[in-house]
Design a protein around this ligand. Structure first.
Ligand code: C2E
Ligand code: MG
Ligand code: MG
Ligand code: MG
Length: 292
């Protein structure tokens, strides 16, 4: 009955849960102020061509430096921002900041790279989403083909019947989309044929077990094969070991990101990596600056 369920619910409401709920409430209150107080910044993680180590793109990743609590991870505050309806403002800030940054790198004559920006369900579903992106491209002057939007399967599912229209509009603008965390959500291979989808990002959870886990190996190879037959590019996420790198290279995966190559870095460090004669830290796989 409802009564006994309620009792059970209370019984399972532990002090830890109480503390977690208080933290969420506090973060929610502070999140409303974070944008105007300039508490967000971006870091950028290089994406490399696996065969050569050449940097072909960077992914913008948001960071929140909370005045009292220090760094709060996006995995914690993005869902809160979603539930408060703040995600549109945050995603818009990220898009503007990242696009403007890439344009500054262009102006400094660093080689042109692609910029990937994550988009939440709450942003994607808004009627003005495409117009907002178009406005940012116009104001920054970044060519549409240099922008890649990373969208998860669940965000696409959330779009429902607007999916085709939104994706067609992005396609019309020349903006590419990557399916982020592929294989973890409500995976539908139908997403891979949507207009403007150009990349499939294999989720880190499949990469972790490589090369030894035969399941992860089979799934990864299958994903690469599907992507190839649909003329999509694959990016593997979360590559940490040379064994993973070797496996993915042999499987025919073109691109990868992960701590093996580089952690997400602040602007100045990315600039150093992009510079034509960049001195690389001693590493097994040397990062190569992008093509001019
Ligand atoms: P994501 O888009 O799938 O980003 C990949 C996450 O994996 C990042 O975590 C990155 O730092 C981490 N990562 C990269 N390489 C490795 C590796 O080799 N090993 C391990 N263990 N982790 C690696 P981060 O920055 O904490 O972001 C987490 C998630 O938060 C992102 O997942 C994305 O869904 C969301 N997010 C981050 N920035 C933004 C943003 O600006 N807007 C929105 N809407 N979401 C964002
Ligand atoms: Mg991403
Ligand atoms: Mg991902
Ligand atoms: Mg993720």
């Amino acid at each position: 009955t409802a009564k006994s369920e309620e009792r059970n619910a209370l019984r399972f409401y532990t002090p830890k849960m109480h503390a977690d709920a208080r933290r969420r409430l506090q973060l929610a209150a502070d999140l409303r102020q974070a944008l105007v107080r300039n508490e967000f910044h971006l870091v950028y993680q290089p994406s490399v061509e696996l065969r050569t180590g050449r940097i072909v793109a960077v992914e913008a990743l948001i960071r929140w430096k909370h005045p009292d609590r220090g760094n709060v991870t996006p995995d914690e505050f993005i869902p809160i921002a979603e539930s408060l309806g703040l995600i549109r403002l945050i995603d818009r800030w990220v898009l503007e900041t990242a696009c403007a940054q890439v344009c500054r790198w262009d102006e400094a004559h660093l080689p042109p790279i692609r910029i990937a920006v994550n988009v939440s369900a709450g942003s994607l579903g808004h009627p003005d989403f495409v117009a907002g992106i178009s406005a940012v491209l116009t104001s920054t002057g970044l060519p549409a083909k240099r922008l890649l939007l990373e969208i998860t399967e669940s965000a696409i599912l959330h779009l429902g019947e607007d999916t085709q229209r939104t994706m067609l509009a992005l396609h019309g603008l020349g903006i590419g989309v990557a399916i982020d965390d592929f294989g973890t959500g409500y995976s539908s291979l139908a997403y891979l044929k949507l207009p403007s989808v150009k990349f499939l990002k294999i989720d880190r959870s499949f990469i972790t077990g490589l090369p030894n886990s035969s399941n992860d190996a089979a799934i990864t190879e299958a994903m690469v094969a599907i992507a190839r037959s649909l003329d999509l590019n694959t990016i593997a996420e979360g590559i940490e070991t040379e064994g993973q790198h070797e496996f993915l290279l042999r499987a025919g995966c073109a691109e990868g990101q992960g701590f093996l190559y580089s952690r997400p870095l602040p602007t100045e460090e990315i600039e150093r990596l992009l510079a034509p004669n960049a001195k690389q830290p001693a590493k097994k796989l040397t990062l190569v600056p992008p093509k001019r």
